[in-house]
Design a protein around this ligand. Structure first.
Ligand SMILES: *[C@@H]1O[C@H](CO)[C@@H](O)[C@H](O)[C@H]1NC(C)=O
Length: 174
């Protein structure tokens, strides 16, 4: 009885997750010793990526001296970054800027890399300036060099910096 209902629950979950997905985006200061924390949660549907949305967002609580942050998908169980992560200046979180996330996902919907860009909020506009997300499928074989996530060494040193032009290319300016 129990097993049967668990099985049907699992089936239902599988059907749902085949289309609708959610991902937690994590943040960690690069300069300070502080554990990564959840910055935002996004939901997306592989069959309708334009409907992707930020379902929760919490402004990061970072140490005073933080200059740069690492953004990516962190698995709290294995305590590892499970996607490519990118480095952004904390200035992206300044007052007057709205966070815009960019995720690239593989054909199964797994997040390959995550990035953030703070887009200036123009007080003159009436449109919604809440946090936004753009989810892009990773195109195999055609992936431009620009699409490479920044790779941090275990010490947090930046090994590659490509995310600026990547973001500039794909996140539409507001
Ligand atoms: C966001 O971070 C990137 C990478 O550090 C930086 O080049 C850019 O100027 C920052 N944007 C803002 C609005 O501070």
């Amino acid at each position: 009885m129990r097993i049967a209902s668990l099985f049907s629950a699992l089936c239902a979950a599988t059907i749902v997750s085949a289309v609708e997905r959610a991902a937690e985006i994590w943040i960690q200061p690069v300069e300070a010793v502080q554990k990564p924390s959840v910055l935002a949660e996004v939901s997306y549907d592989l069959a309708a990526l334009s409907t992707s949305s930020v379902t929760s967002y919490e402004a990061p609580d970072l140490p005073e001296d933080t200059k740069t942050v690492r953004i990516g998908i962190f698995d709290k169980k294995s305590k590892q970054w499970v996607s490519g992560s990118t480095v952004a200046s904390v200035d992206n979180f300044s007052k007057g800027y709205s966070p815009n996330f960019l995720l690239s996902v593989d054909s199964k919907g797994e997040v390959v890399s995550a990035a953030i860009k703070g887009i200036k909020v123009d007080a003159g506009y009436t449109r919604d300036f809440g946090p936004k997300v753009v989810v892009l499928p990773e195109v195999k074989g055609k992936q431009p060099e620009l699409n490479k996530p920044v790779v941090l060494s275990p010490e947090g040193k930046r090994e590659e910096v490509q995310e600026k032009s990547f973001i500039q290319k794909y996140v539409p300016p507001s």
